[in-house]
Ligand binder design. Sequence first.
Ligand code: F6P
Length: 373
Amino acid sequence: MTSKSARATKPFRLAMLTGGGDCPGLNAVIRAAARSAFRLGWEVFGIEDGFEGLLTRRAHKLHPRDVRGILHLGGTILGTSNRVNPFRVERRSANRSSTADADRSAEVVRNFKDMGLDALIAIGGDGTLGIALRLAKKGIPVVGVPKTIDNDIECTSVTFGFDTAVATATDAIDKLHPTAQAHGRVMVVELMGRNAGFIALNSGVAGGADVILIPEIPFDMKRVCDKIRDREKRRRTGYFSIVVVAEGARSKGGKIHLRSVDEGEAPRLGGIGQWVAEEIAKGTGKETRSLVLGHLQRGGPPTTFDRLLGTRFGAAAVRAVKDRDFEMMVALNPPQIVRIPLAEAVGDGRTKRVPLDSDVVLSARGLGVSFGD
Ligand code: F6P
């Protein structure tokens, strides 16, 4: 039997997981949280591959050497998954002829306790943090850290990963300019962001795009073509055009373009860029090319901003755990890192979208950028 004094000295056991799509800055959070925890004398455990690791009891103890030299690395040393939701796990029938969803959250809570873990820092987007909140209600002490390149989480002025994705997208737009100009073509680039247009808007403005199409502003193809024809008329400066399209953008009365819809997974968006390019070619007669920037936006080393924000979030999450302030999410409310109830940030499937009166939208309009509306 454990003596009273042995129990009193048992170190606090902190677990961490990363869930959903990876994003630059995850390793900065992991490093900052682990280092802060080590300095408090805690033990730190990395849950592998998001919630899948909690279902299958895959966790490993992290040592200081494990978090050395990872600050500048993209990806996540813990692995991640955007397929596993413990509240809805696909289960095959005995003869494997059919599948049904099973709620295995109680198993996750049991595993967490059996592994002797005391608290969980869940680093993820709205999906991961929504699951974390439900697990918190079932007894796992949770602190959330908001991550996503999409920047679509409420209650934080920005998520880490977004700045890097915008920098990558802006760099791509910069590189499209000379080739568009050389050939007098229209170049259409499709960017990520799911149902939020932040990446397209910010990189489009920073990259000097002529047309920016975002989910928050359904567009009219005629308006888009008018803008391109108008630039054509001012041939001295405008015989090529750059069009930035968010993957979740859609025409007025049109549908979101989907790449695939798999059971139990978030639908994968995509295809709108090529559609817009074809419509522009038909509507203006201009030679038009399109590309999808895709997962490049999630890769590469995090920018200075994302490293710093990730580090601040990781350290702040440990402070919240230390204060036993659970069911909270750390957030940026400049210049401070604050704590927000998880339910306020991600409850009821809440997500953030580009405000139509934001100064970036107004400034772009003021500069003559077309949103196709
Ligand atoms: O949420 C991040 C994100 O990169 C979205 O912008 C994009 O729609 C989605 O993930 C892609 O997911 P996957 O990695 O499953 O293709």
